[in-house]
Ligand binder design. Structure first.
Ligand code: ACO
Length: 366
């Protein structure tokens, strides 16, 4: 007999909400005050103020060993080395998807490169992402250009031409915004895997699996689908009311930790102001956000549900011309240095993460 466990029967800590299981020097998420701090600096002081590599340098500090002082140069080396993974990615079955091709690429990265695994994987991902996207589209991958930054080269390898400065800045802003975020589901996954003494690659590949789901990093594509479905600002109220009535979750709203607005939402929204013509979707997005917040406040008065990072991720990335199928792969690319730092931190503890479960199955018979 199968026995499905209903939400009401769950152990009190089933979602591990509020349970502290790690010390970290990396990031602090203050859910009450809507503040995110990365190694002593607020996210607002990092994102939009520096390229991705400088933010990684700041996050890694003296925790993650590096092979040289200049991460831009090191990540460029990693991009060159990443081309060794292309034959394995090319052999993957058609339609396997960008994300899976990237994971294959991580497995196929060269060994003994002289770079640390954290540098190699973090630096290689722009090549793995752009090549996977082009292979999925039936195009030939474009070689990396070691003179460029990670963000600029990624956009160039995707589109086949040098990107405009505003697009590079927007992508840097995005990648820095999502670099690290406490013990979210994917980072926890990375740390669990690291705690078994499996290596960095397995930790990152496993974390990518956790990130992919719509309750975590899989949400921004569906956010854009929602905006498309709403169509015009005057349609927002009725469309959202119907979704809530059906018991659907509104993508881009709600958070396990934040009981107020996710600070990353505004960091990304502010980035829209730097785009040359603004964004035609912004008015629609603002109308949807307004209606969603008031509908959620009415439907769930006891659970403060506010805008999360994914809502304006979708609007910003779309505004710089990135296809929605690449939103989650990009999230993984920006989060990987964060995962790697947590892996190093976890490895240093030497402690296996192994919680317990409560047995509610059939009693022993016979
Ligand atoms: N729309 C409608 N209802 C919601 C939403 C939402 N976006 N978020 C939560 N709720 C409701 C739930 O249905 C639940 O109602 P119930 O108590 O009547 O069953 C209640 O609020 C509490 O929800 P939980 O799932 O218990 O809260 P939790 O903290 O586990 O959820 C989560 C956080 C998964 C992010 C949730 O808010 C959600 O599903 N949001 C939509 C998906 C999304 O935006 N994902 C990206 C998150 S950000 C990130 O990971 C990078």
């Amino acid at each position: 007999m199968t026995h499905a466990i209903k939400p009401a029967d769950l152990v009190p800590d089933a979602g591990l909400e509020g349970i502290v299981v790690a010390d970290t020097v990396l990031s602090d998420v203050d859910g009450q005050n809507g503040e995110l701090v990365l190694r002593g600096r607020r996210i607002e002081d990092l994102a939009g103020r520096m390229p991705f590599e400088d933010a990684v340098r700041h996050l890694w500090g003296d925790l993650v060993p590096t092979s040289g002082p200049d991460l831009k140069e090191t990540f460029a080396q990693a991009r060159r080395m990443a081309t060794a993974a292309l034959p394995a990615m090319e052999k993957a079955p058609a339609g396997i998807g960008v994300y899976n091709r990237m994971r294959l690429g991580i497995c196929a990265l060269p060994e003994d490169t002289g770079l640390t695994e954290a540098e190699l994987i973090s630096g290689a991902l722009p090549v793995l992402l752009a090549s996977a996207a082009r292979l999925e589209a039936g195009d030939i991958p474009i070689s990396p250009d070691p003179t460029l930054s990670s963000a600029e080269d990624l956009l160039r390898m995707l589109a086949g031409m040098r990107p405009l400065a505003y697009a590079v800045n927007a992508l840097d802003r995005y990648l820095v915004t999502i670099l690290d975020h406490g013990l979210n589901a994917s980072t926890f996954t990375a740390r669990v895997i690291a705690s078994t003494r499996a290596g960095m690659r397995d930790s990152v590949i496993g974390a990518m699996g956790a990130l992919k789901g719509p309750l975590h990093g899989g949400a921004p594509g569906p956010v854009l689908d929602m905006l498309d479905a709403v169509g015009t600002p005057d349609n927002a109220e009725s469309w959202i009311a119907a979704e809530i009535e059906r018991g659907e979750r509104l993508m881009g709203f709600g958070h396990r930790v934040y009981r107020t607005r996710d600070p990353r939402a505004d960091v990304l929204k502010n980035g829209l102001a730097d785009l040359p013509r603004g964004d035609p979707r912004l008015a629609l997005a603002e109308a949807v956000e307004r209606e969603a917040l008031s509908a959620l406040a009415r439907a769930k008065p006891d659970r403060k549900l506010d805008t999360n990072v994914e809502f304006y991720t979708a609007v910003l990335l779309d505004a710089v011309g990135i296809d929605r199928s690449l939103f989650t792969p990009l999230f993984a690319t920006g989060r990987t240095p964060g995962w790697c730092a947590h892996v190093v931190e976890q490895q240093a503890t030497g402690k296996l993460i192994r919680p317990a479960s409560r047995y509610v199955g059939p009693a022993v018979t016979g």
